[in-house]
Design a binder for this molecule. Sequence first.
Ligand code: MG
Length: 373
Amino acid sequence: MSEHRITGLGVHIVRIPAREVHSHGSGDVSHINSVLLELSTDTGLTGWGEASPWPVFTGTVESSAAALHVHLRPHVSGADPVQVEPMMAQAERVLVGHPEAKSALECALLDIAGQIAGLSMAELVGGRQRETIPLSFSVANRDFERDLDCISALWNNGVRLFKLKAGFHEHGFDLMRLEKLRGLYGKGLCLRVDYNQGLPAYDAIRRIRDLEAFHLTFVEQPVKMNEHAALAEITRAVDVPIMADESVFDPNGALYAAAGRIADVFSLKTNKAGGIRRCLEVAAIARAAGIEVYGGCMFETSIAHAAGAHLMGALPGLHLGCEFYMSTYYAEADLADTPFPVKDGLVHVPKGPGLGVRPDPDKLARFRTEILT
Ligand SMILES: [Mg+2]
């Protein structure tokens, strides 16, 4: 037990407009809607975490806020912030689901524990395996001409990984965009496709085979999250690696997915698994099954991005990069006191101690719609 006790818990609900609406197989997104958790101790320390739900994917802002404000608050108040696993086990006992809220809680605890230990969160959960991670940007505008301008600017900034969001318009639109990008940028461009559950299972294999001429790194979540048999069949039928995102949330889901080999790659997200350490468990299951992992994210600010970057920094093996681009290239503004560390197409793992990133009070006040204390 440490000498520190949690005495304050603030739940900040924020809404930040995006620069452009992004379209996906499961719908359009125009804002970042997040819940920021602020924990403070009787010794003057403060830790931050972020829940970034997406209603068609994980849950809602309202349920994340209620999970933290109503259901977890009594268990967190008075707790020792260093006792992370006992706290998270308790959260699991008293509240089913709500991985985004649990992820925010774990992050805020690790932020404080890291400050106490003088270690970054990556070091706290195992050590820094790398200092940088290649950044992927998601091409998701209905107006492809605007995306082409955006890609050109990012290319000049050193970004080489691009993920085309597909399946929200007709198949020919997806093929046209891939052909155009390959033609403009050649093999130096690393291209991926994410359907966000947008393909009909009965015709998914034929449409993905049409994409294979464009030498894709992977195709992500072609069918609905619960269509596991179809996903496994697609993975067997096509040559391009298939990534599961919406179909794999946590260690239980990963175990099932690995046993049925429903995909070749899992997208790791702290908000899906319920925190960094649960993501490391998903990654361990993937590694044992010969399945690759990838650094995914929700629609989030640099607080959740930083947690993801610490996770990616601590992973033993990583070959496909990450997509922590929201705070730099998607949101109209970010909340952090310093710009999220993206340079020359690389995300830099924050130095810490703890999370190494925190909200600027003025920016937080500007984008906050409600605070629960
Ligand atoms: Mg995805």
